[in-house]
Design a protein around this ligand. Structure first.
Ligand SMILES: *Cc1c(COP(=O)(O)O)cnc(C)c1O
Length: 486
């Protein structure tokens, strides 16, 4: 498998060559030259596989420069029931991503019912779906660095979920250090405890006096200093990394296989979306031939993507137009993985994509309303909807009372929008992107009591915490990295 950039000027790279990369040098994102096709017979032949075996089958189509036995070992080591151990009572932990059926709901036109369920993606160490890809990335990075006798210093900024998923994936890994900036005093006590209580020698938590954007700006400034970046082996693990996207393709196959008896049946997926990484993996699974009926993009009040899929107008938001919501991991101003879909949608024309996204940088967006291309979106199965704080509260209440199941705020956005697209006989899986304990205060607002806490997390707020506080100063952060990497 060879990789290219969505902006046309990179080609013929292998999986290991792009594994540690973020953006391509031309500013584009990496994608495979073609999507490997998986026949219905092949899909059906994967029915008996464990999650780790399925991951190997899917990933080996993309990472064919890793010897099969090595890739198999990496998958087996990553997807274990010991790591993904927080499944709901009654769900099968060995499934890694169990399907938790809620029940039958009436479809949109009132003519019949269909089953709706949660695809549980949040049973990993940090209780959010980012563990699904990040845990694999930790093992892939360690493997690739050891092969080349290299080291990597990961620098990132987080408002919560990404940073903790990265730290739990990279902790104790040989050749890797993590420098994670977070906005001081802006995360929930639970999120702080998750990150700051790690005592591994290769993990450095830095609390920046400021907001998330201040932390993000520092990461950008350091990454733009190319000589510093090269000298100190600085890398990132943000959501545009190709390996993260492709790791997520696996659970669309797993969810499909657990919901059907044979591959003549179609399933719809509803995906709580921010940077379009998760649902981009669904798009890729569908392009590979997985029988997906609809891919439903669910946004919160930050509805850039809903607007695009409804109207063909893409309009990146300014910071002042970006809302802080009760599903904070979806609070985005533009969707960083969206360019991957646009590349496929516009016939894989790199020059056109380059032009379009340069236009986004200068004018803030593009407009495909009233065009043939807008009609063409339907053939990719995409539809969309949005959800607000009030919707979230009502949906959490409704799912709790109908099904005795507590869902988190992001999953609630997905559930709300999924209900707008139910069709008779097509099963609907809502991707559960976090467990409710991570967003306890909104759950309490909805239900009058806090969500239950997995026993492994009892009292984590009381553990000793290790964090270095710092002014929002690029030089100070650089010096800290220098002092801790020799
Ligand atoms: C990151 C995240 C999302 C958004 O995922 P994208 O891949 O950015 O679309 C949704 N929910 C939760 C809980 C998350 O952590």
């Amino acid at each position: 498998m060879r990789y290219i950039s969505t902006r046309g000027s990179q080609q013929n790279l292998s999986f290991l060559q792009i594994l540690l990369a973020g953006l391509a040098p031309d500013g584009g994102l990496y994608l495979p030259e073609t999507y490997p096709q998986v026949s219905q017979a092949t899909v059906d032949s994967w029915r008996g596989l464990s999650y780790a075996q399925l991951a190997f089958e899917v990933l080996s189509l993309y990472a064919d420069d890793i010897p099969a036995e090595d890739l198999r070992a990496i998958c087996e080591k990553t997807y274990t029931k010991e790591v993904y151990c927080h499944a709901r009572a009654g769900d099968q932990p060995s499934d890694i991503t169990p399907v938790h059926w809620l029940g039958e709901e009436t479809v949109v036109n009132g003519q019949g019912t269909t089953s709706i369920g949660l695809l549980s993606l949040s049973n990993g160490p940090t209780l959010a779906f980012k563990d699904m890809a990040m845990q694999l990335l930790g093992n892939l990075f360690e493997y690739a660095l050891a092969r080349e006798n290299k080291e990597l210093n990961i620098l990132g900024a987080t408002s919560g979920d990404t940073g903790s998923a990265a730290e739990y994936a990279m902790r104790g890994k040989k050749g890797i250090k993590v420098f994670m900036l977070s906005p001081k005093g802006k995360m929930s006590p639970f999120q702080c405890a998750q990150m700051y209580s790690l005592t591994d020698e290769n993990i450095f938590n830095i609390a920046i006096e400021g907001v998330f954007d201040d932390a993000q700006d520092i990461v950008k400034a350091v990454s733009n200093d190319l000589s510093f970046k090269a000298e100190h082996q600085i890398g990132t693990v943000n959501s545009i990394n190709w390996a993260r996207v492709v790791a997520q393709v696996v659970y669309y196959f797993a969810g499909y296989l657990r919901s059907t008896n044979n591959s003549s049946e179609k399933v719809s997926f509803c995906v709580p979306s921010g940077n379009f990484g998760n649902v981009c993996a669904g798009h890729i699974a569908r392009m590979m031939g997985l029988p997906i009926e609809k891919l439903i993009v669910a946004t919160n009040e930050n509805d850039v993507l809903d607007e695009f899929f409804k109207t063909g107008v893409y309009r990146a938001r300014k910071s002042a137009e970006t809302f802080h919501t009760s599903s904070p991991s979806m609070d985005i101003s533009k969707a960083s993985n969206f360019e991957r879909f646009v590349f496929d949608w516009l016939g894989r024309d790199g020059a056109q994509v380059a032009k379009l996204f340069k236009q986004v940088d200068t004018t803030g967006g593009f407009d495909y309303s009233n065009t043939e291309q807008l009609q063409a979106i339907a053939q990719y199965g995409f539809v969309s909807g949005r959800s607000t704080h009030t919707d979230r509260i009502h949906t959490i209440q409704s799912v709790a009372s109908l099904y005795d199941t507590v869902i988190d705020t992001h999953t609630a956005d997905g559930m709300k929008v999924a209900r707008e697209y139910l069709t008779a006989g097509v099963k609907m899986l809502v991707l559960e992107t976090a467990l409710p304990i991570k967003f306890a205060s909104t759950i309490e607002e909805a239900l009058g009591h806090p969500p239950s806490r997995p026993s492994a997390f009892e009292g984590i707020e009381d553990l000793p915490q290790q964090v270095t506080e710092m002014a929002p100063d690029v030089q100070v952060v650089k010096q800290f990295i220098v002092d801790h990497t020799v």
